[in-house]
Each structure stands twice: as C-alpha cells, then as structure tokens.
Design a protein around this ligand. Structure first.
Ligand code: GDP
Ligand code: MN
Ligand code: MN
Ligand code: MN
Length: 250
C-alpha cells in the first residue's frame, strides 16, 4: 500500500471544487482512496464563521462559566453557543465540552477548529461529511473518498486521524464468522477500515503548515468480507456514553 500527498494544493476558498483541484494534480486510479482533511472540505463549503454569529444564550453562559471554574481559563460564551449549535448531544460539560455532532460523530467542541482558518474566527466541521465525500468522489477519477479529522481520544494521550465521512467504501470490514489460524470462529471483530485509512492519511497530511490536506492511499484492498456503514454507536448500545451521562448530569 502506498500513501502519498497530493502536491501543491492552494489555500482553499469557499466555492472551490476540491475534486477538480485534486484531479488536476494527480493521476488517480479508480481503486485509489482519496482522504481529504475536513479542514479543507469545510473551507470549500464555506463553514467559516465568526463568533459574533453565535450570540450566547443562558445555557451557553452557564457552560462557559462552568468551563472557567474547571480550567481557570477565560472562556467565550459565544464559542459555547457555537458548540451547542453544532451538537445533537452534550456528553460532558467540564473540563471540556464533549459533544455528539449533528451528524453523529463524538468529539470535543463539536470539532470546531481554530487552527488553519483564514477569514473568520472558527471553522465548523462539514454539515454532512458523508455527503461531502460523495460529492468529491463524483468529481474524481478515484472511486473511494474518506473525509478525515484529527481527533483526541479517551484513555490515550495524543490525537490521530479518524473518518467522519466516506463514499465508495464501507466504513467497516466484518470478520465475524471467519476463522483465525487455529480454526476458531471470530465472534466480535468488525474492523473500522475508514478510520485506519484516515489515520494513515492523517500521518502523511500532518497538522501544521505543511499544506497537504489531501492524501492518496493506493493499493488498499477491502477483500472478500462483508461490509458495514455503522461507525457511530447508537446511544442504546453505547455504554461508555451512558456512564458519562450518569456521571456528569447526576
Ligand atoms: P484537520 O485535521 O482536518 O483539522 O486539518 P489540519 O488543520 O490538521 O490540516 C491538515 C493539513 O492540511 C495540514 O497539512 C495543513 O497544513 C493543511 N491545510 C489546511 N488548510 C489548507 C488549505 O487551505 N490549503 C492547503 N494546501 N493545505 C491546507
Ligand atoms: Mn485544524
Ligand atoms: Mn479539525
Ligand atoms: Mn489535523
């Protein structure tokens, strides 16, 4: 498998066609997986926003005050309001806002970014990243697209890339029912393939000023397995989320 960046992409502006910009810079093959950092998908979709667009209501003021108490840092209630607007569920209120985005991805601050943003205070995640991925795929010679974000994680230090949207490839590869080397049947393993591709791509994309938001994964074979698009857990089956809810809102 080869993983290489798309060279010489410009600063992405609202209205840009990412597919066209990528397609003219690399000779893509149909089975390439093109991984695109959500940062540039958001820029192309004009998800740049100013804090002034989010006048804080009472809930946002409460959240900001709670965050200030927990962290000793000054917090802008308008930022809390932006997070609320981008979220379907609030899992933790302090010492940071852990939320489920409106499209089902659980992350800190609804994934709102303040790095690599030009022309505004905030960069919101794409509204519907799976639709974004499908749109980009339509314009590319490659048939598989993953939209990624850099994301923190519980239990471990350090951030890594995850998939927040995908097209042309199932999210996961189901090994259940297949056998290991000893002939034992696998009972639980569903491999989050798009996250693993996103992590590899994110490693190549980097986090700073590198200017490489699109990465091609060439030579990845999904193989002869059942696929699944379930990546985000439902609340009913998410015991960690249930425990967090009990702990933070008791
Ligand atoms: P995120 O992981 O989606 O939040 O994106 P990052 O802010 O970590 O950026 C990922 C990569 O994209 C880094 O190499 C950045 O330098 C690069 N990048 C961000 N915005 C742009 C842009 O508008 N144009 C180009 N060419 N690169 C960008
Ligand atoms: Mn960023
Ligand atoms: Mn981000
Ligand atoms: Mn990143």
């Amino acid at each position: 498998m080869d993983v290489f960046p798309v060279p010489d992409l410009p600063e992405i502006r609202p209205g840009d066609s990412l597919a066209a910009l990528i397609d003219e810079r690399v000779d893509l093959r149909p089975d390439d997986v093109v991984c695109v950092a959500s940062t540039v998908v958001s820029k192309a979709e004009d998800r740049i926003a100013d804090l002034d667009a989010f006048p804080a209501g009472p809930r946002a003021h409460d959240l900001a005050a709670g965050l200030e108490r927990a962290t000793g840092e000054e917090k802008d209630p308008r930022f809390a309001q932006a997070v609320l607007a981008e979220s379907a569920d609030l899992l933790m209120e302090a010492p940071f806002l852990l939320t489920e985005t409106n499209f089902g991805h659980v992350t800190v601050n609804a994934g709102i970014d303040r790095s690599n943003v030009r022309g505004g205070d905030l960069l919101l995640l794409p509204e519907a990243p799976t639709e974004s991925a499908a749109r980009i795929e339509t314009g590319l010679d490659a048939d598989r697209v993953v939209v990624t974000d850099t994301c923190g994680r519980p239990f471990r230090h350090g951030q890594r890339g995850v998939a927040i949207g995908w097209a042309g490839i199932p999210a996961a590869r189901d090994w259940r029912g297949e056998r290991d080397r000893e002939g034992r049947e696998l009972g639980v393993t569903v491999q989050a393939v798009v996250d693993e591709l996103a992590a590899a791509a994110n490693l190549v994309a980097g986090e700073g000023a590198g200017g490489t938001p699109a990465v091609v994964v060439r030579g990845f074979e999904f193989g002869d397995h059942a696929g699944s698009d379930a990546l985000f857990r439902d609340v009913e089956g998410d015991f960690v989320r249930q425990a967090l809810h009990e702990w933070s809102f008791e």
